[in-house]
Design a protein around this ligand. Structure first.
Ligand SMILES: [Zn+2]
Length: 242
């Protein structure tokens, strides 16, 4: 259910794995994505189970309509009847409001400045890395009063640089923007390391307290991987303040 969980000075970070939910194959078991073809009732039940396991009110979890862009918005409550905006980063200064990001290979990025009381969740795949969704999230946080030197950054399970094969031209395109993302697969072909790129961006922004989950989604049978399975579920990363 909850694969990793950590608390730092009243800021909480959590990443799910694929087990402990009610979804049937190929979404078994804890699919938290609402736009991947799974039964809506199963997704709702899974979101309640995950929130319950975290001690979070499922009605106080904010989800995004992720589009591989670089837009970040500030939120102060659940969307309610409003349409869920097409953004890849959400930021809040509201305590007790949990921000969630969905992934299956992309990098889920959770950020918190516990002193300022500001958190953010971002979805960084290859396009988001290039477009700068993580710098956009940090910028939105600092506009609210966060200090990058105090930001705690945790990135969750994602496809690793030894598995994420891409055409040579695509690697060159990504590396031109973020050299740290230049990688090679374990079988010697061009690859992209999105996690390394995200951490390099955070480092340049002055975010020192960074940790990367040691899990590769494509290699782990306990995680959803889009590149491995195509039709599959979504993992979630959650960040919130006491
Ligand atoms: Zn891997």
């Amino acid at each position: 259910m909850i694969g990793q969980r950590e608390s730092v000075s009243g800021a909480h970070f959590a990443f799910t794995d694929r087990w402990g939910g009610v979804s049937a194959a190929p979404y078994e078991e804890l699919n938290l994505g609402g736009a991947v073809g799974d039964a809506p009732d199963a997704v709702r039940a899974n979101r309640e189970l995950a929130a319950g396991s975290l001690g979070v009110d499922p009605a106080r979890v904010v989800w995004m309509n992720q589009v591989h862009g670089a837009d970040a918005v500030v939120v102060d409550g659940p969307w309610g009847d409003r349409p869920v905006p097409e953004v890849d980063a959400i930021v809040t200064a509201r305590r007790g409001l949990a921000l969630a990001v969905l992934t299956a290979d992309c990098v889920p990025v959770l950020l918190a400045d516990p002193v300022a009381g500001i958190v953010a969740a971002a979805h960084a795949g290859r396009p988001g890395l290039v477009a700068g969704v993580v710098p956009a999230a940090v910028r939105a946080m600092t506009e609210l009063g966060a200090d990058p030197a105090r930001i705690v950054a945790r990135t969750g399970p994602a496809v690793c640089g030894r598995c994420y094969e891409v055409p040579e031209a695509m690697r060159a395109e990504v590396a031109a923007v973020e050299p740290a993302a230049h990688a090679e697969t374990s079988w010697g072909t061009p690859a992209v390391d999105v996690g390394a790129g995200v951490h390099a961006q955070l480092e340049r922004l002055g975010v020192c307290d960074r940790e990367q989950a040691p899990v590769c989604t494509l290699e782990s049978g306990d995680h959803f991987s889009y590149r491995r399975d195509r039709t599959t579920g979504r993992l979630a990363g959650y960040v919130w303040l006491d």
